[in-house]
Design a protein around this ligand. Structure first.
Ligand SMILES: Nc1ncnc2c1ncn2[C@@H]1O[C@H](COP(=O)(O)OP(=O)(O)O)[C@@H](O)[C@H]1O
Ligand SMILES: [Mg+2]
Length: 307
């Protein structure tokens, strides 16, 4: 078995050059050489990638890979120790306008108390106020915007239901409407599919892809399971142990690229239309299994599904 080397191979160099060339085309978001230390540990190491206007990008990695930290750095909520994040708004012709791009965010953890007296439509309306810094929209236009947004995420049927009584998939649709109502150019979502069954996850992904294509919004969505996203992804940023590989799915989800990223041999298997990233038996206790029902992340020997 060949040991993956730390050194960049020619294939990586070509991949990075191709990525850099695309990044040069007026990206909406450019992350360059970002490293972050938290609690004395390096959580992100030299992470670089770009997201162009209207692109749908998956931020894929196991638990603890650094996904939430990276999204927080992009939002300015966590400071990078080195590297830069640029958010540059572009006009319809793809040229930078000199302004900072507007960013919407759906954070990872939301637990709504079922008694909280807030309806779905109230939460969506709050998304307007969050961005307008006290400049209120006239109430009729405001109601229209909320109604349009609820319709866009297919939430009219439960618009007057308390948030806490909705299903996980319905709550995600309302949270997406909340984030989109301020008309961001980039939407960040942190594991919105994590607690959904497969059908709900596919519904949320299809809805996101449709709205964002219609409105030209770029999406950066984190997930520890890439399969529900594969049909709609333009690009992947794959994180392992705080290091990233980025490109198209075909460029990144490959045994050679991922083996170098993980620092151990992994295989990429295509099984019944799904992609599984599998590591051989090893003693790297940082790796966790993440395929529902396939592996529980045991290290007792044999192959292990990583993602
Ligand atoms: N505030 C913090 N202080 C120390 N370590 C942290 C902090 N936040 C996150 N980490 C660590 O950074 C790593 C990446 O975390 P995170 O970005 O939440 O990963 P992910 O979202 O991919 O699960 C984890 O090992 C986590 O324990
Ligand atoms: Mg996270």
């Amino acid at each position: 078995m060949t040991e993956p080397s730390e050194q960049a191979k020619p294939a990586d160099a070509a991949l990075m050059a191709a990525d850099a060339a695309r990044a040069a085309e007026a990206p909406l978001l450019a992350v360059e050489g970002v490293s972050v230390r938290l609690g004395g540990r390096e959580v992100l190491h030299d992470v670089s990638f770009a997201v162009g206007a209207g692109q749908f990008t998956g931020l894929i990695g196991s638990n603890g890979a650094g996904k939430t930290t990276l999204l927080r750095v992009i939002l300015g909520l966590t400071a990078a120790d080195s590297g830069t994040v640029r958010l540059a708004a572009a006009n319809g012709a793809g040229h930078h306008t000199g302004q900072r791009a507007r960013v919407g965010y759906v954070p990872q953890k939301f637990a709504f108390d079922s008694d909280m007296p807030m309806r779905a439509r109230d939460l969506v309306a709050l998304g307007i106020d969050a961005q307008r810094l006290g400049i209120a929209l006239p109430s009729r236009r405001r109601r229209e915007r909320v109604e349009q947004m609820l319709a866009a995420v297919d939430a009219l049927a439960f618009a007057d239901t308390r948030i806490g009584s909705l299903s996980g998939g319905e709550q995600q649709r309302v949270l997406i409407a909340h984030a989109l109502i301020s008309r961001p150019q980039l939407l960040l979502l942190d594991e919105p599919l994590a607690n959904l069954d497969l059908a709900s996850a596919q519904g949320v992904v299809a809805l996101l892809a449709r709205i964002c294509a219609e409105q030209g919004i770029a999406v950066l969505i984190s997930a520890h399971e890439m399969n529900p996203l594969l049909p709609v992804l333009d690009r992947i940023v794959y994180l392992a142990h705080g290091r990233a590989a980025s490109g198209t799915t075909q460029e990144v989800v490959r045994a050679d690229v991922l083996s170098r990223l993980y620092g151990r041999h992994v295989d990429v298997l295509h099984v019944h239309g799904r992609v599984l990233v599998v590591a051989g038996a090893g003693d790297d206790s940082d790796l966790e299994g993440h395929e529902g029902g396939v592996s529980g992340g045991s290290h007792s020997g044999g192959a292990e599904v990583v993602l």
